[in-house]
Write a protein of this length. Structure first.
Length: 133
Protein backbone atom coordinates (compact mmCIF):
# COMPACT_ATOMS: atom_id res chain seq x y z
CA UNK A 1 0.00 0.00 0.00
CA UNK A 2 1.42 3.35 -1.08
CA UNK A 3 0.21 5.19 2.01
CA UNK A 4 1.82 2.84 4.52
CA UNK A 5 5.05 2.77 2.57
CA UNK A 6 5.11 6.57 2.29
CA UNK A 7 4.45 6.89 6.03
CA UNK A 8 7.31 4.51 6.74
CA UNK A 9 9.71 6.55 4.61
CA UNK A 10 8.58 9.77 6.29
CA UNK A 11 9.13 8.26 9.74
CA UNK A 12 12.66 7.32 8.65
CA UNK A 13 13.32 10.90 7.56
CA UNK A 14 13.30 9.99 3.86
CA UNK A 15 10.85 12.64 2.65
CA UNK A 16 12.12 12.46 -0.94
CA UNK A 17 11.29 8.74 -1.05
CA UNK A 18 7.93 9.45 0.58
CA UNK A 19 7.22 11.95 -2.20
CA UNK A 20 8.16 9.57 -5.01
CA UNK A 21 6.11 6.78 -3.41
CA UNK A 22 3.00 8.96 -3.30
CA UNK A 23 3.62 10.20 -6.84
CA UNK A 24 3.78 6.58 -7.99
CA UNK A 25 0.56 5.95 -6.10
CA UNK A 26 -1.12 8.84 -7.92
CA UNK A 27 0.22 7.63 -11.25
CA UNK A 28 -1.15 4.12 -10.68
CA UNK A 29 -4.31 5.12 -8.76
CA UNK A 30 -5.35 8.64 -9.81
CA UNK A 31 -8.91 7.93 -8.62
CA UNK A 32 -7.79 7.15 -5.07
CA UNK A 33 -9.10 9.75 -2.63
CA UNK A 34 -6.74 8.43 0.04
CA UNK A 35 -3.61 8.81 -2.11
CA UNK A 36 -4.68 12.32 -3.18
CA UNK A 37 -5.30 13.21 0.46
CA UNK A 38 -1.93 11.81 1.55
CA UNK A 39 -0.16 13.77 -1.19
CA UNK A 40 -2.02 16.91 -0.14
CA UNK A 41 -0.89 16.42 3.45
CA UNK A 42 2.71 15.84 2.32
CA UNK A 43 2.60 19.05 0.31
CA UNK A 44 1.25 20.98 3.30
CA UNK A 45 4.21 19.76 5.36
CA UNK A 46 6.46 20.88 2.49
CA UNK A 47 4.76 24.32 2.54
CA UNK A 48 3.42 23.92 -1.02
CA UNK A 49 -0.11 24.89 -0.04
CA UNK A 50 -1.44 25.74 -3.50
CA UNK A 51 -0.52 22.34 -4.95
CA UNK A 52 -1.80 20.69 -1.77
CA UNK A 53 -5.18 22.35 -2.32
CA UNK A 54 -5.37 20.71 -5.76
CA UNK A 55 -4.91 17.22 -4.28
CA UNK A 56 -7.16 17.89 -1.29
CA UNK A 57 -9.87 19.17 -3.64
CA UNK A 58 -9.54 15.99 -5.70
CA UNK A 59 -9.80 13.83 -2.56
CA UNK A 60 -12.96 15.70 -1.56
CA UNK A 61 -14.44 15.28 -5.06
CA UNK A 62 -13.75 11.53 -4.97
CA UNK A 63 -15.18 11.09 -1.44
CA UNK A 64 -17.55 14.00 -0.79
CA UNK A 65 -18.98 12.46 2.40
CA UNK A 66 -15.58 12.33 4.13
CA UNK A 67 -15.66 15.19 6.63
CA UNK A 68 -11.92 14.99 7.33
CA UNK A 69 -11.03 15.56 3.67
CA UNK A 70 -13.31 18.59 3.53
CA UNK A 71 -12.04 19.95 6.87
CA UNK A 72 -8.38 19.81 5.83
CA UNK A 73 -9.20 21.30 2.41
CA UNK A 74 -10.93 24.24 4.11
CA UNK A 75 -7.97 24.82 6.45
CA UNK A 76 -5.55 24.67 3.50
CA UNK A 77 -7.62 27.20 1.54
CA UNK A 78 -7.56 29.54 4.52
CA UNK A 79 -3.80 29.11 4.90
CA UNK A 80 -3.41 29.92 1.19
CA UNK A 81 -5.36 33.15 1.72
CA UNK A 82 -8.53 31.87 0.08
CA UNK A 83 -10.81 32.07 3.10
CA UNK A 84 -13.69 33.45 1.02
CA UNK A 85 -13.48 30.39 -1.24
CA UNK A 86 -13.33 28.15 1.84
CA UNK A 87 -16.59 29.65 3.15
CA UNK A 88 -18.25 29.20 -0.26
CA UNK A 89 -17.18 25.54 -0.44
CA UNK A 90 -18.32 24.89 3.12
CA UNK A 91 -21.70 26.45 2.48
CA UNK A 92 -22.10 24.31 -0.64
CA UNK A 93 -20.75 20.98 0.62
CA UNK A 94 -21.23 20.73 4.37
CA UNK A 95 -24.61 18.99 4.16
CA UNK A 96 -23.10 16.13 2.15
CA UNK A 97 -20.65 15.05 4.87
CA UNK A 98 -21.29 12.63 7.70
CA UNK A 99 -19.93 14.76 10.57
CA UNK A 100 -21.08 18.35 10.13
CA UNK A 101 -20.60 19.92 13.57
CA UNK A 102 -16.89 20.87 13.35
CA UNK A 103 -17.29 22.02 9.75
CA UNK A 104 -20.22 24.24 10.66
CA UNK A 105 -18.18 25.78 13.47
CA UNK A 106 -15.33 26.38 11.02
CA UNK A 107 -17.75 28.09 8.64
CA UNK A 108 -19.04 30.22 11.48
CA UNK A 109 -15.50 31.24 12.49
CA UNK A 110 -14.36 32.04 8.95
CA UNK A 111 -17.56 33.97 8.19
CA UNK A 112 -16.98 36.04 11.31
CA UNK A 113 -13.31 36.54 10.40
CA UNK A 114 -14.35 37.94 7.00
CA UNK A 115 -17.33 39.89 8.31
CA UNK A 116 -19.79 37.92 6.18
CA UNK A 117 -23.08 38.42 8.03
CA UNK A 118 -25.30 36.39 5.71
CA UNK A 119 -22.93 33.40 5.76
CA UNK A 120 -22.43 33.76 9.52
CA UNK A 121 -26.19 33.60 10.07
CA UNK A 122 -26.43 30.62 7.70
CA UNK A 123 -23.80 28.64 9.60
CA UNK A 124 -25.28 29.69 12.94
CA UNK A 125 -28.71 28.38 11.90
CA UNK A 126 -27.27 25.14 10.51
CA UNK A 127 -25.26 24.64 13.70
CA UNK A 128 -28.42 25.01 15.78
CA UNK A 129 -30.15 22.41 13.60
CA UNK A 130 -27.19 20.02 13.95
CA UNK A 131 -27.14 20.44 17.74
CA UNK A 132 -30.86 19.69 18.04
CA UNK A 133 -30.54 16.34 16.24
Amino acid sequence: NYINLANLYRSLGKEHVEASTLQNGLKNNPQSALVNYAEGMRLIRAQDIETAVTHLTRANELEPRNSNYLYILILALDKAGNTQRAVEILKDKVKAVDNQFELLQLGLNFSQKLGLRIEYTHFQNELKKAQSK
